[in-house]
Ligand binder design. Structure first.
Ligand code: BES
Ligand code: ZN
Length: 883
């Protein structure tokens, strides 16, 4: 390694800061290349700290220190010590004392997009997790909270709009200059990561919301000029979110204004700064011609997510960054509930589990596995992970399942009451769940502390004479880096015993009696559950609704799977039965391809899908999900070793081709039936209809390419909305058709001026799974529209390639790995956060066969050995290599 190993931060080392700040006054004199920031505040001794007369150590990074005044006296350079990460004033007078610090930063030169930067000429900030230290020296840690007053001044022509957190106080021209100013005050104490400032030539779209206690809140969405007409859906979604948090959780908004700003250069999706959310513009801007149904649902969910943070994150924040899932897991859970209430709960659950399987479970099974509440990190930005977010949300859901809906609401009320205004811990949160329900959640707490996905082995025995059904469950969690020994978890499992005609049989559990709720709890390593009075052989439907994020190891016959696919009352398990069956067929197919044997018979599966499509009681969105086979990554994870990704692709394609051919007539009928009628609307019904149309077209393309390509081209020619364009193009990209490149070029020509659509074009390209995919990616990086400095563009092309092009990224010749590693190293110099995110794409390399493993090792070693590598990339690449 070329440099000293960066320091690791440990949860056990948490100490409160020795001083606490009083109200903070910030003044910004905004200039693109040299912004001056003055911070003025008083510090008192922190009663919670054990340190007495401690030095004042404030963090600061990549800023120029101009001056420091302590109790109004300028300090000489000999009075303080500063390094590239902090400022220490060793001799501190008796507290309280006042401090005034002036610093300078360079927004235009800030390519990392953390701290104060410019995006298309707009000044904006991103402070979570540790960006505030790039603005001024401060206690940049979430347990230090204070009230902010922010004054900013800027050139009036360049920055007519001046925004910060809280409520607007005053503003005006600065006489004799071309500048003006504004003052904002936020009455709610907050940690520095929730600070935000925006200044620029923005267009505002306005609305208002009346809260449950009849207060009027002014709503504003600010976007680049000319994009005002793309804000209506975001505004509607915001109002829906505000209403929902009142009805579902009794939470009211607490300021007079709520503003959102959309910027085109943003590392993440969006940020919940108090009263001033900043968004990646792809999660705000939408018109039917520019945004797909998926974009519309994402916008709705992300607006909700950031809004919900106002209570779960802002009013109650995190004591330290190890507690990140306290706000993120809980808020994801809340946004999932919101979307379930507004749309189809069943469909939402299936899509959430698909995400969990695509992102979280691979993380949990690989070198980057960590508990939802980690014990240690090198770079906190690397811990905004699927495990913290999605598994964090699953943990909340499991607690709700365990204590019941009523107690859960009571527990949430208690949490808000007990910890409002505080920086809390995961322990505080779980204590509310336990106190409100009277349940002992001490074993359950291990979900926060133990990494890895539990495997639950299922064995069953039906005794017709005794009328008993024995269900034996054995749990095991494989070792993960740093955690060799695993303890049994507290696992709530929804279940049903499905009788011969599809009805749920009564659940009479020995030792318990008839179950109130159809849930059993596995707490031991192994346990037998005996059901009595089972009058006919049942088919077991376990982990209904995906009640626990575990992997079931079951030996279910294809007949029983087909039965559940058609009959289970639990829609999740109906879908799940189809997935299991699809997975076994693809794996059997793969073995057949490899050993040159005849393929397995897929007729039963095709017939079951046929029946599903014909079932008028099912909605279109669910049918679309049923048509989706497990992904290549799902298959690779199931095989788990020596994977040849080309074979996975081939065998999955072969099954798709068979099913498509078998179902041809039904798929064609769907295409005819689901034509666009009337104006575009992103309602659940219309979205469902379109998702079925394009799922059918995709499968038809695999089974009857000639017919499908003709339909696709017809759809493209008359497409009246972006969902139709992307749906048709995706179907084309899914097969190796000669028309693919032509239609992609047409798309580019149609939408060249629209950056969000150019992103879609790069993303479609990234998924083309033909030989030489890596070369295509490399060529596209030379395209005049490609920009390494724009995160959305990088995620579209390179992120899309690693996540959605398994055979291309994991190509046996190592070219996929090489191209991605080249990009990571180039990008690491300017934007380490985004580079590190790309590097997580390597997380499944150990599943692959030897040639691929070798090639991945070469690239990971090259990354780790690069002089000057960021902490961000060092942590991901070194752990991926070792773990
Ligand atoms: N607090 C995060 C934003 C964030 C993430 C800041 C990482 C700093 C580092 C925000 O609430 C968030 O979680 N955003 C998600 C989208 C959300 C819907 C899951 C994001 O940006 O991906
Ligand atoms: Zn969040």
């Amino acid at each position: 390694m070329a440099q000293d190993a960066p320091t690791t931060i440990h949860l056990k080392d948490y100490k409160p800061a020795p001083y606490v700040p009083g109200d903070l006054f910030l003044n910004f004199s905004l200039e693109p290349r040299a912004t001056r920031v003055t911070s003025r505040l008083q510090f008192s001794a922190n009663p919670a700290s054990k340190e007495k007369n401690a030095a004042l150590v404030l963090t600061g990074e990549r800023i120029k220190l101009v001056s420091v005044k302590l109790d109004s006296k300028a300090l000489a350079a000999s009075d303080y010590v500063f390094t590239d990460s902090d400022l220490t004033i060793p001799n501190i007078p008796a507290a309280p004392f006042t401090l005034e610090i002036e610093t300078e930063c360079d927004p235009v030169g800030n390519t990392a997009l953390s701290g104060l930067y410019q995006s298309s000429g707009i000044f904006c900030t991103q402070c979570e997790a540790e960006g505030f230290r790039r603005i001024t020296y401060f206690y940049d840690r979430p347990d230090v909270m204070t009230r902010y007053t922010v004054r900013m001044e800027a050139n009036k022509a360049a920055c007519p709009v001046l925004l910060s957190n809280g409520n607007f106080q005053e503003g005006g021209d600065i006489a004799g200059t071309d500048r003006h100013f504004a003052v904002w005050h936020d009455p709610h104490p907050k940690p520095s990561y929730l600070f935000a400032l925006v200044a620029g030539d923005l267009a505002g779209v306005h609305g208002s919301f009346t809260t449950m206690s009849s207060k009027t809140v002014q709503l504003g969405i600010y976007v680049e000029k000319g994009k005002e007409d793309r804000c209506a859906w975001a505004m509607e979604s915001l109002k829906a979110s505000m209403r929902w948090d009142e009805t579902a959780f009794g939470r009211e908004y607490d300021l007079d204004v709520f503003n959102i700003v959309a910027v085109s250069d943003f590392n993440m999706g969006a940020m919940e700064n108090k009263g001033l959310n900043v968004f990646n513009d792809k999660y705000i801007l939408a018109l039917p011609e520019t945004a797909t149904d998926l974009d519309y649902t994402n916008i709705e969910a992300i607006i909700a997510h950031e809004y919900f943070h106002n209570w779960t994150g802002n009013r109650i924040t995190c004591r330290d960054w190890f507690q990140l899932c306290l706000k993120e897991g809980l808020t994801v859970f809340r946004d999932q509930e919101f979307s379930s209430d507004l749309r189809s709960r069943a469909v939402k659950r299936i899509t959430d589990v698909k995400t969990l399987r695509a992102r979280q479970m691979p993380e949990d099974a690989g070198p980057l596995a960590h508990p939802p509440r980690p014990n240690a990190y090198i770079e906190i930005n690397n811990f905004y992970t699927p495990t913290v977010y999605e598994k964090g949300a699953e943990i909340c859901r499991m607690m709700k399942t365990l204590i019941g809906e009523k107690a859960f609401r009571k527990a949430m009320d208690l949490y808000f009451e007990r910890h409002d205004g505080e920086a809390a811990t995961v322990e505080d949160f779980v204590a509310c769940m336990a106190d409100a329900s009277g349940r002992d959640l001490s074993q359950f707490f291990k979900w926060y502390e133990q990494a890895g996905t539990p495997h639950v082995k299922v064995t069953t025995h039906y005794d017709a004479k005794a009328k008993t059904f024995d269900l034996t469950l054995a749990q095991k969690t494989a070792p993960t880096p740093g955690q060799a020994d695993k303890q049994p978890m507290h696992i709530p499992l929804g279940l049903g015993l499905v009788g011969p005609s599809g009805e749920d049989m009564a659940l009479d559990l020995e030792g318990v009696g008839s179950l109130n709720a159809p849930i059993i709890e596995l707490t031991e390593e192994k346990k037998l559950f005996r059901f009595r009075n089972v009058t006919a052989r049942p088919v077991l439907s376990l982990n209904r609704g995906f009640s626990a994020p575990v992997i079931l190891q079951e030996n279910v016959s294809p007949e029983d799977q087909l039965f559940l696919m058609g009959r289970d009352k639990d829609t999740f398990n109906r879908w799940e039965a189809g997935q299991s069956l699809g997975k076994s067929l693809i794996i059997a197919n793969l073995a057949a391809l490899r050993d040159k044997l005849p393929p397995p018979r897929s007729k039963g599966y095709a017939d079951a899908l046929q029946k599903t499509l014909a079932d008028t009681t099912l909605d279109a969105a669910f049918k679309a999900l049923m048509l989706g086979l497990p992904t290549e990554a799902d298959i690779a994870a199931a095989i788990a070793k020596d994977v040849d990704t080309d074979l996975v692709l081939q065998s999955r394609n072969r099954l798709r081709a068979e099913l498509g051919a078998e179902l041809k007539d039904s798929l064609l009928a769907i295409w005819k039936d689901t034509e666009e009628r009337g104006a575009y609307a992103p309602t659940p019904e219309n979205t469902g209809r379109r998702s079925l149309r394009y799922a059918a077209l995709g499968l038809l393309a695999a089974g009857a390419p000639k017919i499908a390509v003709d339909l696709i081209q017809r759809d493209l020619a008359k497409a009246s909305n972006m969902t139709a364009e992307i749906g048709a193009l995706s179907a084309l990209v899914g097969i190796d058709a000669p028309e693919t490149n032509l239609e992609l070029e047409n798309f580019h020509a149609r939408h060249a001026g629209d950056s969000l659509l150019v992103d879609k074009w790069f993303s479609l390209h990234s998924q083309v799974a033909t030989p030489g995919a890596a070369a295509r990616i490399e060529a596209l990086m030379g395209h005049p529209d490609f920009r390494l400095s724009t995160p959305n563009r990088v995620y579209a092309l390179i992120g899309g390639f690693t996540a959605m092009n398994l055979s291309g990224f994991h190509a046996a010749d190592g070219e996929g790995y090489r191209v991605v590693a080249d990009t990571i190293l180039k990008l690491d110099k300017t934007n380490p956060q985004v580079a590190a995110r790309l590097a997580t794409g390597f997380r499944s390399w150990r599943l692959m066969d030897e040639a691929r493993r070798k090639a991945a090792t070469v690239q990971l070693e090259r990354i780790v050995a690069t002089p000057g590598l960021s902490r961000d990339c060092f942590e991901i690449a070194s752990k991926t290599l070792k773990g």
